[in-house]
Write a protein that binds this ligand. Structure first.
Ligand SMILES: Nc1ncnc2c1ncn2[C@@H]1O[C@H](COP(=O)(O)OP(=O)(O)OP(=O)(O)O)[C@@H](O)[C@H]1O
Ligand SMILES: [Mg+2]
Length: 475
């Protein structure tokens, strides 16, 4: 089945029944008078109110403390599951002995919270288990935000105090041999399910220990999902599929959380089955469908500051691994030079992402990264390397309404004098906003056929001319 018919079929299905398992594309924030901040405040108000109520009622905490003490003093049990089984009868015993608890206590809640402390990651455990939540952000003990269905929401969850947050951080980092304390107050880690975690503590984090978790999605988004969300049009999807198959070197550029890795994953899945793929990442997030994939992960230095293996080391090593394709999670330093050299010396069809606000900005960032590699090259030579290596830049953005869009697909055409020539093939233009705050705009082909069009024909890939001229309007 062709990509276009797959996309059309999937879109029809999802129009009939929204996919319940997957986070749906960002629900728009309700905007009145065009003020997104007012709308944001109004949206989170009910949750804010809850969060601002005084910390858990004293009785609730008192019962929890007594129960905790009872476990420590009376139970000789080490098995956590056995302890959890006995929590209810122990709580009942305490309540029986102490009349002041009666009528003031939600016993089930106390037990649930204690069980979460014992087995999972404390108060944020329910968020980690909730499939609709894609990110969890703990800003000190009193403030926990999450991203639910694309929208940022303040939750009613609170920790007891800084130590309580610290104990969760320690639980996350200890199994992977990392530590967090004043001498190393920032740490990157992963949960057993692959979710990416960053923790930073005082004195660097002023509000208290801070945790940011990007949840690992069990079912990664497919191209059909992104089309369905309005991140790109079917035409753009067909074009990108052809670009990957024709072995163009593609760079996905965008801001934090704009969906770069997700798009990279979708693009990588266009690589034909019979090619050998080497992926290189800081924290393995890519989930490719092909069989022949070798995944490499960089390593931070150990406690003595030794033994680091950088992305650059891995890029160099990968070239000795007979890759048909090299996929780099994020290029942000000296590895840019090795990547460009590889792309210029026969490693076509490489894919990577980078952090920047526009295709032009991405080019200047790459220039700076090459300089970081410590080579003394004139700027013009660096630009020639870049323009020779990279064929296409895909610019992705998280718009104000929370939706993620590919806003430019830009060809790197070559050099004119000292300047790299960029040409948009598709671009997004914003026309306005609906009363509900959803951004209205159009993703349109610019009408320009890319210079590398011949490479499609050479690879026996035929894409309809309408891809470059037909307009698709969406709201
Ligand atoms: N096109 C999309 N539509 C809706 N949600 C998306 C889309 N792409 C990604 N997401 C969601 O946005 C979040 C961030 O995605 P992703 O990790 O791909 O971003 P990123 O740009 O790589 O972030 P970072 O800069 O932190 O590496 C994830 O929760 C993901 O599920
Ligand atoms: Mg990423």
């Amino acid at each position: 089945m062709s990509l276009l018919s797959r996309i059309q079929e999937k879109n029809q299905q999802s129009a009939e029944s929204p996919n319940p398992g997957k986070p749906q594309q960002s629900q728009p924030v309700q905007v009145k008078d065009g003020d997104i901040r007012t709308a944001f405040r109004e949206n989170i108000k009910p949750e804010l109110k809850k969060a601002n109520t005084p910390k858990k009622n004293d009785k609730h905490q008192e019962l929890k403390n007594l129960l905790h003490k009872k476990i420590l003093t009376e139970l000789k049990e080490d098995n956590v599951e056995e302890i959890i089984k006995q929590l209810d009868s122990m709580a009942l015993e305490i309540i029986k002995e102490n009349e002041t608890f009666r009528g003031h206590i939600d016993r089930k809640k106390v037990i649930e919270e204690l069980a979460n402390d014992l087995t999972g990651f404390g108060p944020i455990n329910p968020l980690l288990l909730d499939e609709d939540v894609s990110e969890v952000m703990v800003n000190g003990p009193d403030q926990v935000y999450c991203e639910r269905k694309g929208k940022l929401v303040l939750t009613a969850i609170q920790f007891r105090d800084n130590e309580h947050v610290m104990s969760v951080i320690e639980k996350i980092v200890a199994p992977i041999g990392r530590r967090i304390d004043e001498s190393s107050p920032m740490v990157d880690a992963r949960l057993p399910d692959g979710s990416r975690v960053n923790a930073i503590i005082p004195p660097l984090a002023l509000k208290g220990p801070t945790i940011t978790i990007r949840k690992f999605s069990k079912e990664p988004f497919q191209i059909e999902d992104l089309v369905n969300f309005g991140t790109l049009t079917s035409e753009m999807a067909i074009f990108l599929d052809a670009c990957v198959k024709a072995r163009l070197n593609i760079f996905v550029s965008g801001g934090t959380g704009s969906g770069k890795t997700t798009t990279l994953n979708v693009l990588s899945n266009f690589i034909p089955e019979d090619e050998r793929i080497v992926t290189i990442e800081d924290a393995a997030e890519l989930q490719l469908g092909q069989d022949h994939v070798v995944s490499l992960e960089s390593r931070p230095p150990n406690i003595e500051g030794k033994g680091a293996i950088t992305i650059r080391d891995l890029v160099r090593n990968s070239l000795r691994m007979r890759p048909d394709r090299v996929v780099i999670g994020e290029v942000r330093g000296a590895e840019a030079l090795d990547m460009l050299q590889a792309m210029n010396t026969g490693h076509d069809g490489s894919l990577a992402t980078g952090h920047s606000n526009s295709p032009r900005d991405m080019i200047s960032r790459l220039e700076t990264m090459v300089l970081l590699a410590g080579v003394e090259l004139p700027v013009k030579a660096i630009r020639e390397q870049i323009s020779g290596a990279i064929d296409l830049i895909i610019q992705q953005t998280r718009l104000k309404d929370g939706s993620r869009k590919i806003v430019n697909i830009t060809e790197v055409q070559g050099m004119e004098g000292d300047v790299i020539v960029l040409q948009d093939i598709f671009s997004f233009s914003q026309d306005g906003m609906t009363p509900e705050g959803k951004i209205i705009g159009r993703l349109l082909p610019t009408g320009v056929r890319p210079k590398f069009y011949d490479r499609f024909e050479a690879s026996n890939i035929h894409i309809p001319a309408s891809v470059f001229i037909e307009a698709e309007v969406w709201t």
